[in-house]
Design a protein around this ligand. Structure first.
Ligand code: AHR
Length: 359
């Protein structure tokens, strides 16, 4: 009997100990969870403070969310610099995003600007289509949007205005130079076009303006148009392919036809083409080469006789953009379209009057 009692007491004690153990473990788990929760809240609070929010960071400054497409050319780099310099001069804070040439990155950036509740959004649309949804979101959030450098296909009520170049006029200028240069020539003038990023407004306009003018004389014919994506590497590759497939050194040829004129939509591609022409030692003294942008290196090439004409596309949009940002933030309307001043440089100029380009 005594033994049974002792056994029962022993079992009871064991049970009691087990329950106690479970209670201690539960308490430990509870305390650990509590500590984890506290730590999470602390970290979350810190990272939220790192994100620019209108109330925390504004300090009376206007906040501009700016989405740039990338840094595919010296032109683009100068364009970004100009915007940063002008923002600093005007005491405007920029939240910047480099989209690395991807529209999806631009869409993400614009959505993050909306979350941050910036005062104004400005962006360079890499292509024309696909902006309606994100711009509707910006509109619903009450944030005005300014298009910079390139235009879009969308309901105009989704953005306040456009600031940039007149691409149509750039194309027309290039063609007028060609028409004038060839005014005394008879017979067909074969033109090879190197165009920039597909589906971008600037390519559409530069192509359209150029065609509009050459259409006035049937001797001008575009024999081929190749997408060079505004890249120096592509310009180099395109010229290399032409040279390798023609096996000729007395000029550039496309499918057996001598190229009389090259119309390149930007300097990066043109300089790439000149790289290959030099590497393969091809004679292009009779080939009319026309480029767009007017960065220093292409002006140098013009002066060295390697190019015939460079149409300026002015990247210095910063000061005008900041004026528009201030106007719009004060609730004033801005013009639907603001063009920057642009000129052109040709082989007929007095080069001694040229100022350094700065890009
Ligand atoms: O949209 C402007 C064009 O984009 C410039 O001509 C070119 O150099 C740039 O990359």
């Amino acid at each position: 009997m005594a033994t049974r009692l002792t056994k029962q007491t022993l079992n009871k004690n064991l049970m009691h100990n087990k329950i106690k153990k479970i209670q201690i473990i539960s308490l430990a788990i509870f305390i650990a969870a509590l500590l984890f929760l506290l730590l999470f809240l602390l970290i979350n609070r810190t990272s939220k403070q790192d994100v620019p929010s209108k109330s925390a960071e504004q300090n009376g400054k206007l906040i501009l969310g700016f989405s740039q497409i990338g840094s595919e050319s010296a032109w683009r780099t100068r364009n970004t610099q100009s915007i940063f310099e002008a923002a600093a001069e005007n005491d405007i804070q920029i939240i910047f995003d480099d989209a690395q040439q991807k529209q999806e990155n631009q869409l993400k950036a614009i959505r993050s600007f909306i979350v941050y509740q910036v005062d104004v959004i400005a962006f360079v649309p890499i292509v024309e289509d696909g902006w309606d949804n994100v711009l509707t979101e910006a509109k619903e959030a009450g944030i005005p949007v300014i298009l910079v450098d390139r235009q879009i296909n969308a309901d105009p009520s989704l953005y306040a205005g456009f600031l940039g170049e007149d691409g149509l006029e750039e194309g027309r200028r290039a063609a007028r130079f060609l028409l004038n240069k060839c005014r005394n020539r008879t017979g067909k003038i074969s033109i090879y076009e190197m165009s920039g990023t597909e589906n971008s407004s600037v390519v559409r306009d530069r192509a359209k303006g150029f065609r509009e003018v050459i259409a006035t004389d049937s001797k001008f014919q575009i024999i081929h148009s190749e997408d060079g994506d505004f890249l120096r590497s592509r310009g180099k590759e395109i010229a290399e392919n032409l040279i390798n497939s023609s096996h000729r050194k007395d000029g550039l040829y496309f499918e057996g036809q001598k190229i009389d004129a090259v119309y390149s939509h930007n300097d990066s591609m043109t300089l790439g083409m000149l790289d290959s022409i030099e590497n393969y030692n091809v004679y292009t003294g009779n080939t009319i080469i026309i480029s767009v942008d007017a960065e220093q290196k292409s002006i140098d090439a013009l002066q060295a006789g390697k190019l015939n004409c460079v149409v300026e596309c002015n990247p210095n949009l910063g000061p005008m953009l900041m004026e528009l940002v201030k106007q719009i933030a004060e609730g004033n309307p801005i013009p639907r379209v603001t063009y920057n001043n642009e000129t052109m440089f040709t082989e007929n100029d007095d080069f001694s009057t040229y100022e350094p380009r700065g890009y």
